[in-house]
Design a protein around this ligand. Structure first.
Ligand SMILES: [Zn+2]
Length: 322
């Protein structure tokens, strides 16, 4: 039995590398992968949402200056399709279908706590819906529900919405995002302490727009297990050494970084520097509806841009599944 498992892992490793070398995206999609940095309402292709709602939606700009510009696009074009209990249901269904199509076996998909506002029975109905969609669309995927919240929402709102989710026992991790320069991480310590007490994995966006020092500061302040992005750490050997020594994994989203202007192109993406310094990284999609790149696309792009070899990408893939 153990022998079978070892040969399956070895087969996947060989097939994954062959798929990259042959530019075979369909073969690549069939190999197990993880997506550990994925925001549910934006987890499918825009074309899938268009088909579902039966209308054309203006595509996002090919480059965005910051999160505010991205939020403005979402509010102007996606809001009516996403920001309701029905919209959440539609977009989460599409996100699970997308993950399944892409061969994602392990999915840490965040859903924003503000969606609780659309449910009369608050977290109960919200959680029931997520469970139901997972079972109906992709029960075979290892889905680790993540509760997300933005730095831009008021602390009062966060208190009202986050604690019931933490205490529900349903969510396996927590993630803080939005404008990382907006409010100091120390304001979120009580939420992270509660999440830790309930055994959630602690994640936060940091070092996407901030500095290397802000990555370390956020990890230390919130006692993070993993960082979403964290690419700014690549500018400091000291911070990279610290991340490595503390086994802090970075869940990197290369296309997101390029579209948002954090990185000039994939050939020069700092994931290379981070990996060379022995930091564990994973490759993820972030917001497929905005960046139009699935996890399989990301692996293919990184290989074709020669940032990593097929073997290196396979090691990254395997790390994500551990
Ligand atoms: Zn993100």
């Amino acid at each position: 039995m153990q022998q079978d498992k070892i040969s399956t892992v070895k087969n996947y490793a060989e097939l994954f590398q062959r798929a990259l070398q042959d530019s075979d995206i369909n073969l690549l999609k069939s190999i197990p992968k993880s997506d550990l940095h994925n925001h549910a309402p934006l987890g499918s292709r825009l074309s899938d949402l268009e088909n579902e709602v039966g209308q054309k939606i203006s595509p996002p700009p090919s480059t965005l200056t910051d999160i505010n510009e991205m939020d403005a696009y979402i509010m102007a074009n996606l809001r009516e399709h996403i920001f309701s209990s029905k919209g959440l249901e539609t977009s989460v269904r599409l996100a699970f279908r997308q993950a399944k199509t892409d061969g994602v076996h392990k999915l840490e998909m965040s859903v924003d706590c503000m969606f609780l506002n659309f449910f009369e029975d608050s977290e109960v109905g919200f959680i029931k819906l997520l469970q139901q969609i997972h079972q109906e669309e992709a029960a075979e995927i290892q889905y680790n529900p993540e509760i997300g919240f933005s730095r831009n929402i008021g602390i009062d709102n966060a208190e009202r919405l986050i604690y019931p989710c933490i205490e529900s026992g349903f969510f396996k991790s927590i993630d803080l995002y939005g404008d990382e320069l907006f409010r100091d991480a120390k304001h979120y310590v009580p939420f992270y302490k509660a999440a830790k007490n309930y055994g959630l994995k602690l994640k936060s966006h940091a070092g996407e727009f901030g500095t290397a020092d802000s990555v370390r500061y956020t990890v230390e302040t919130l006692e993070l297990d993993e960082v979403q992005h964290g690419i700014a750490a690549s500018s400091s050997h000291e911070v990279m050494k610290w991340l490595r020594n503390n086994n802090i994994r970075l869940n990197v989203c290369p296309s997101s970084n390029v579209v948002l202007g954090r990185v000039a192109n994939l050939r020069t993406h700092p994931a290379r520097i981070l990996a060379d310094q022995g930091i564990m990284i994973t490759i993820n999609s972030d917001d497929i509806m905005i960046f139009n790149q699935s996890v399989s696309d990301e692996y293919m792009n990184l290989f074709q841009s020669k940032l990593f070899s097929a073997n290196e990408l396979n090691i990254i893939r395997e790390n994500g599944l551990k």
